[in-house]
Design a protein around this ligand. Structure first.
Ligand code: MN
Length: 336
């Protein structure tokens, strides 16, 4: 990767839409690598929005600099990297005609091989808990001392993707954490992890909790219309903490995309469950270990179509999980 970067003049770093902490951490970590190990200048460009309050705090506290992909003059760059995603993934926008030179990721995707064939440097390791760990590993190998901002961004990326080093953790994740920790700004890390939350967050959460359905070990939460894909993931994370829960399936419509998040206990196979749930639907999904996410394109997003899609997904997940749909409980009002 260093040799490749040294042969180029300017690097453009891209992530998936609505970048999460792991993709932002991995992206600024790669920028640090490009600057300090290869001596080349770079820019980070994103599509979508930085949605979660924690992620916005990460950008603010660490002063992360980024442009919108649509505003970037692509001709200024002769090297392009994708971080925490791969070419062809549904939630990733690569401008038409732009060749990708570097892919750093840890997601599983059966269709990815075709898209990766033309990429000169590919480092995809599905056994690693966070792309940030993978990037930190490259900094470590190259003898680069990261700045406090970059180390904190990478550390927060590892924390979020591995649920504080409890989920999908590999040896590399632990080594990356040990390497980064002396450089981390612990005050800013705390400020990022526990930011103040807007009223709208609690309103959305209140609505979500009325839609929870409990089965034997499985929690379903079909939100109907919701505010963001991040909220779907956040509700799924929260519900996994409910006692007795082995798996959570949460979905919600944002625009013309129905977003799905699956979480399982450690050792569960979220990827199998999400694939089973989306069987026969026009959509994409990815995941690793106990975490998976995906989306289904909805052409006409009316109430009836939405309700039918949610019923199909629910039926599939109930079947895949091996529970009958007859015995659901709603939160607060007894038997459904
Ligand atoms: Mn990730």
């Amino acid at each position: 990767m260093r040799n490749l970067l040294r042969s180029r003049r300017r690097l453009l770093v891209l992530t998936h839409n609505n970048p999460d902490p792991d993709s932002l951490g991995g992206a600024v970590g790669l920028q640090e690598f490009a600057r300090k190990a290869a001596g080349i200048d770079s820019r980070l460009a994103i599509s979508g929005k930085i949605l979660r309050a924690e992620n916005q705090a990460m950008v603010r506290e660490l002063g992360l600099q980024m442009d919108r992909v649509a505003d970037v003059a692509l001709a200024d760059f002769d090297c392009v990297a994708l971080v925490d995603t791969q070419p062809g993934f549904g939630h990733t926008h690569v401008p038409a005609g732009l060749a990708v030179d570097i892919v750093l990721d840890h997601h599983v995707c059966p269709d990815a091989a075709d898209h990766l064939r033309a990429v000169p440097f590919v480092d995809v390791r599905s056994d690693v808990g966070a792309t940030s760990s993978l990037v930190a590993g490259h900094l470590l190998a190259a003898g680069v001392r990261p700045s406090a901002e970059v180390a904190t961004a990478l550390a927060y990326g590892i924390r979020t993707d591995t649920a504080d080093l409890s989920r999908n953790v590999s040896d590399l994740d632990l080594r990356a954490w040990d390497f980064l920790f002396p450089f981390v700004d612990r005050q800013r890390l705390v400020a990022i992890a526990s930011p103040r939350l807007p009223l709208a967050y609690f309103q959305t959460l209140k609505d979500a909790l009325t839609k929870v359905r409990l089965y034997d070990g499985l929690v379903l939460c079909s939100l109907g219309l919701t505010t963001s894909a991040e909220m779907v993931a956040e509700v799924a994370d929260l519900l996994l903490r409910l006692e007795g829960t082995k798996a959570v399936f949460c979905g919600g419509l944002v625009g013309n995309n129905y977003h799905v998040s699956v979480r399982t206990e450690i050792g569960g196979d979220a990827w199998r469950l999400i694939r089973a749930s989306m069987e026969g639907e026009a959509g994409t999904c990815g995941g690793h270990g106990s975490v998976a996410g995906g989306s289904v394109q909805v052409e006409v997003a009316d109430a009836r179509t939405l309700r039918r899609l949610e019923r199909r997904l629910e039926r599939n997940i109930l079947k895949a999980f091996g529970v009958s749909g007859a015995n659901a409980y709603a939160l607060g009002d007894g038997e459904d």
